[in-house]
Design a protein around this ligand. Structure first.
Ligand SMILES: [Zn+2]
Length: 314
């Protein structure tokens, strides 16, 4: 449709070389370093069309993507970098596939690998300073598939703890949302309650810096009348998950929460930091992402329950 704004129009047209340089800088900020002997000078060699670095000291060969989240990919770097750029908009794999011309499965994998990189970065950066904490529940009630399972008791609302570091003006400078009992959550045995004192306490232990003392955090009430920054952030994430994906299932919820938190506080510096995360995080495999027996398919925005398939992944 002529004249209509398309996200494609704003898409940067990188060259493969520019992307390789950016990835190199993220992976080796102080210049090349041999992963085996730490020597700093390589020969650049080419093997079956791939650029390799061969250490001048020990002859170990390594590729640019080895040890990064892009390891083993056959997708051009330009598409990876466009996907990183597009993560600022929080788009679905369905849309990503259309925009960068890859299959749905490739788009899904790229997005999830980027989320993995973001999640790994988040893991090592604790919340600091003055904190506000909010216990919430993710209801899964936006998609018929999940709401049916909720109704049948196969699925329960997921307790989430939202934690925010605030500056003097009350703006969020760092944000985390963690599923209670989730893989990165609080792992409190028997705790199924996000407002539970114990759940909050465990969140503080696990996700805040050692310097945060009791009294430096404020526990907010849910649906508080004078809404604070974490309330707004929670509403935003729920809306994003509903509007963009039609809701997200339990398996991948944490990854989407991590992506949201990453984007929410970074603004215009997001892309640079995402490239950095990708260059310094080991990749995760498809199996690592979905488990051995799952498949990938898009969840479309539809309220009709498909007749047969039970395999859904976010
Ligand atoms: Zn070496």
């Amino acid at each position: 449709m002529p004249g209509r704004f398309s996200i494609r129009d704003s898409l940067p047209q990188y060259t493969e070389e520019e992307c390789a340089d950016a990835l190199f800088a993220a992976k080796w900020p102080d210049g090349f370093r041999c992963p085996r002997c730490a020597h700093s000078r390589p020969y650049e060699v080419s093997s079956r069309g791939r650029r390799l670095f061969e250490c001048r000291s020990c002859s170990h060969q390594t590729s640019l993507t080895a040890g990064t989240v892009l390891e083993g990919t056959r997708t051009p770097l330009t598409k990876w970098f466009q996907a990183m750029y597009l993560m600022q908009y929080g788009i679905s794999a369905v849309l990503l596939a259309e925009i960068i011309y890859v299959t749905y499965k490739t788009a899904w994998l790229i997005n999830h690998k980027l989320r993995h990189a973001v999640g790994e970065r988040d893991r090592v950066i604790p919340l600091e300073g003055s904190l506000q904490l909010l216990g919430e529940y993710y209801g899964y009630d936006y998609h018929r598939y999940f709401s049916d399972r909720l109704a049948h008791g196969e699925l329960k609302p997921q307790p989430i703890v939202v934690g925010a570091s605030l500056d003097e003006t009350g703006d969020i400078v760092h944000l985390k949302m963690k599923a209670v009992d989730g893989p990165e959550g609080n792992a409190a045995p028997g705790s199924g309650d996000s407002e539970d004192e114990e759940a909050i306490e465990l969140f503080v232990q696990k996700h805040t810096s050692a310097g945060v003392a009791p009294g430096q955090w404020e526990v907010l009430e849910r649906s508080h009348r004078g809404r604070k920054a974490p309330h707004h952030a929670w509403r935003e994430v729920v809306r994003w998950l509903a509007w963009t994906f039609g809701g997200i299932g339990p398996k991948h919820l944490q990854a989407y929460l991590n992506e949201f938190c990453f984007r929410r506080v970074r603004g215009s510096s997001m892309l640079a930091e995402l490239i950095d995360c990708c260059g310094t995080t080991d990749t995760i495999t498809y199996r690592g992402l979905v488990g051995a027996r799952s498949g990938i398919r898009p969840i479309r925005w539809t309220f009709r329950r498909p007749a047969r398939s039970k395999r859904y992944v976010g």
